[in-house]
Design a protein around this ligand. Structure first.
Ligand code: BG6
Length: 468
């Protein structure tokens, strides 16, 4: 066996976005509101009925600018583009019998443009964009009725985009059921919601079944397409080497691994029953659910990786509280972004090694990047050396994992064109290699400007990751 020194030939290099964070046009061509459309600016839970401004309504207007935007990405050498299909463009309230043809046409044209620009299409079926009408009527995903609504949507898009979409991800960050329309948003919409933990795991179960049914349907409809998981991975470290902290760390890891364990192995892992027992969680399963989950496991695992976190057996006074996270112990060995996220490339290497050791399935980094403030200089340039450094260190970390035998087949940086932040609704939290002239209130020309990182990433792609 030869030690692999660089990325495999045909490695995917590209970028990822979510429809609601870039498209705008929130009521155009028959679309209706999704839960993302009542997210105001601010910390998680910014769901508000009476906010003055909703950033997703206009976003960066990708709905109208995709031709130019995708050309810019193609020119940077991207060979893959990941986006989501906004459920509410296809089934505006989730309950229609027939899909909205105008919504489908938009994705026909947009995907055509991706392919024309040399990009393979990877689609997230559900990226925090549940029809608002469904949430108002049925609550969150803990309601089993969602499986049918979702499958109607899946059937429509899988049949339509057969041979066009090569990779499907049934749910974005499936383990985040607590902070997505499943519970958190549903709780904001239905403030009397009780027993969130129970609802969260019931929602997860319903999504496991939905994801497995989607996998089955995709395989039957388009045998050439592959289906991947998508989990939010935050490498966890014990706060100290005191074994009680190590145990706490293992428990945290299991809470994260639970989701991929079910979806990759095809059954609930034995450790989860004690957790359910301790937390009074009872999962309602229907006859046949276990078989569906067992028979339709994933082809590959994708994950988002931005930062790591720390677990302790005791309550630790938060150092610097992260602006965008619930957990607050900071790691003194790591620098942080302006938004308080630790910067930890080794954590990415560990994520890849752990996931590969655990499952031996091909891996794909479907999100990674630095969300920060960029400054446009007087001459119009944007010198984002900090982003180049961040990406360089993370790509080097991937390379080290590949040397360790990890089967990694692609990388899509998050938000290659600046988009609205999911967590805070800000435009100023920018991830792109392409700048968009819009501020947090939506003011600006919307003009696109290549940042310094644009050329840098282009060279990285051209050299298949050698020229860092
Ligand atoms: C991921 C989500 O969790 O993180 C994206 O899948 C999100 O939708 C990304 O945008 C970055 O987070 P944020 O809050 O900085 O936009």
């Amino acid at each position: 066996y030869e030690v692999r020194k660089n990325f495999p030939k045909n490695f995917y290099w590209g970028g990822a976005v979510a429809a609601n964070q870039c498209e705008g046009a929130y009521l155009e061509d028959g679309k209706q509101m999704s839960t993302a459309d009542i997210k105001a600016r601010g910390f998680f839970g910014g769901i508000k009925r009476d906010a003055e401004y909703y950033p997703t309504h206009k976003a960066i207007d990708f709905y109208h600018s995709y031709v130019e935007d995708l050309k810019l990405l193609g020119d940077a050498g991207f060979n893959i583009f990941r986006t989501s299909i906004n459920w509410t463009r296809i089934y505006p309230t989730g309950e229609e019998d027939m899909p909205n043809e105008s919504g489908l046409k938009f994705y026909d044209n947009m995907f055509k443009e991706c392919i024309k620009n040399g990009m393979t299409v990877m689609v997230t079926i559900s990226h925090y964009e549940t029809p608002l009408a469904l949430v108002e009527k049925y609550g969150g995903w803990y309601n089993r009725k969602y499986i049918d609504f979702y499958m109607k949507f899946v059937k429509t898009i899988v049949e339509r985009y057969k041979g066009i979409v090569s990779y499907w991800l049934p749910f974005n960050e499936i383990g985040n059921v607590a902070v997505t329309p499943i519970c958190w948003d549903a709780a904001a919409i239905h403030p009397d919601s009780e027993n969130l933990l129970q609802k969260m795991y019931q929602a997860a179960h319903n999504q496991f079944v939905a994801s497995a049914l989607a996998t089955k349907l995709i395989r039957e409809t388009d045998p050439n397409a592959l289906v991947g998981g998508m989990i939010a991975y935050k490498t966890v470290y014990p706060h100290t080497c005191n074994p009680v902290d190590v145990v706490a760390c293992e428990n945290e890891k299991r809470k994260e691994y639970f989701f991929s364990d079910v979806q990759v192995r095809g059954y609930y892992p034995s450790y989860i029953w004690k957790f359910f027992n301790d937390n009074n969680i009872t999962i309602e399963m229907e006859r046949g659910d276990e078989e569906i989950i067992r028979c339709h496991t994933l082809d590959f695992i994708s994950f988002s990786y931005y930062r790591s976190r720390v677990a302790s057996s005791e309550y630790v006074e938060p150092g610097e509280i992260d602006m965008n996270t619930i957990e607050g112990i900071s790691n003194p060995y790591l620098p942080k972004t302006n938004w308080g996220w630790s910067i930890d490339p080794d954590g990415l290497m560990l994520a890849l090694m752990d996931l590969y050791d655990r499952y031996q399935k091909p891996l794909f980094v479907s999100e990674n990047g630095l969300g920060t403030i960029d400054k446009v200089e007087a001459d119009g340039s944007i010198n984002d050396d900090y982003r180049i450094e961040y990406m360089k260190l993370h790509i080097q970390a991937m390379k080290r994992a590949v040397e360790q035998g990890v089967d990694l087949f692609g990388y899509t940086m998050w938000g290659p064109i600046d988009i609205v932040s999911n967590g805070t609704g800000q435009m100023s939290k920018r991830y792109g290699i392409i700048y968009v002239d819009l501020d947090d209130d939506g003011n600006g020309t919307g003009k696109r400007i290549k940042k310094k990182s644009y050329d840098w990433y282009r060279k990285v792609i051209q050299s298949n990751g050698d020229n860092l």
